[in-house]
Ligand binder design. Sequence first.
Ligand SMILES: [Zn+2]
Ligand SMILES: [Zn+2]
Length: 436
Amino acid sequence: MKRKLTILVIGIFTLIALTVTYTAGWLKGQAGQGTALVKEAQAAGGKVTSATGTAPDRYVYYPGTEKLAKDEVRVIACGTGMPDQRRGQASACFLFEFGNGEKLIFDLGTGAMRNISSLMIPYQYLTKVFLSHLHTDHWGGLSSLWAGGWTAGRPVPLEVWGPSGQTPEMGTKYAVEHFLKANNWDYQTRAFKITPVPGQIKVHEFDYKGENAVVYQENGITVRSWPAIHAGDGPVSFAIEYAGLKMVFSGDTTPNKWFVKYARDADFVIHEVFPPPEIWVAWGNQPPQLGWRACCEFHTSGQSFGKVMSEIKPRHAVGYHFFNEEATRYVIYDSIRETYDGPLSMATDMMMWNITKDKIIERMAVAPDKSWAVPGTMRQPPPEKGREPVMSEFIKSGEWGPAFNAQNKVLDEHSKKYNLQDQDWRKQKPWYKPTK
Ligand SMILES: [Zn+2]
Ligand SMILES: [Zn+2]
């Protein structure tokens, strides 16, 4: 009897011990698998903490999967190339995403929206654009954000910040007003069919001669500008300040006294860098006398870029505005290294950086080639009541009924599914033959 009791007690203790050990292990495993609250930048280079845990992304950023810490900034190169287009590189564009939820686009060159739209950011958050100057390789993508975002559900107007010029016709306000005039047909047709609100652009033009002048200050973000030297009066460079960090975007510029003064000691500096004269002759289809001016008079060569960086000493420098490929990358890199030995990224499209006080990490964003716009929290307002149609009776009278009526089955089903009976647009059409 006594022996039986001893066996039972030992059995119970063993069971309790096993349960405790198992539960403790399970909880540990759970903690390893779970996503920690985002207190600090979680990007790149963490450890795997359990056999079933996940490997922190060391090399890539998958858009839409990583929260920013409050004091962190994520910068994505949405365009790093040239005015002449190629599939692998759009024209100038850098998207800044801040830990407080703000997103600011710095330059929106031709083709850049293809990169931005792959980042799966709802269009309601892509409304603020800062232009360094009015060359199309720095703002030619505005049409795609303006109209594409409108059709993809942006519920609000766009806002554009940009410099004045020597005369009103050389400034951002003139450019955007005439952009809207040139796109009047697009505007009027969408305003009638969808809603006019997302087609509006509010312009904030500021003095291009301002020196480190504040051009934007909201939600803990300050944007400053100073004059750049490039092609004519008007271009500027920007400093972006947030959470004790200072980041700089040069736009297009040759080396200048303002940049050296106001970009000094910045945490993160994006600056244009151009290939040497010989590349322009061999690859750039340019005569020799233009080749050595393109790189070195209108723009900044590798040696000059390096000299500027060695002077201002950023925590991290980024060179952009060149066709980045095997044939050219190392020539430009070597030319920079003649005069600068600090941290450096040779930017190409979708390269991205996480920036905090502690570290600056470079990775590549890996995004789908074929993504749709992601819905956000806001909905577009309905079509404006009483707005005059922009199609005449003459054109409408050309609609060929049999082909319209051929789609009645699918439209009837859609109407039933979403209770659209009272909005049946077919009833006003002379050709409409309802399905019995
Ligand atoms: Zn330019
Ligand atoms: Zn440019």
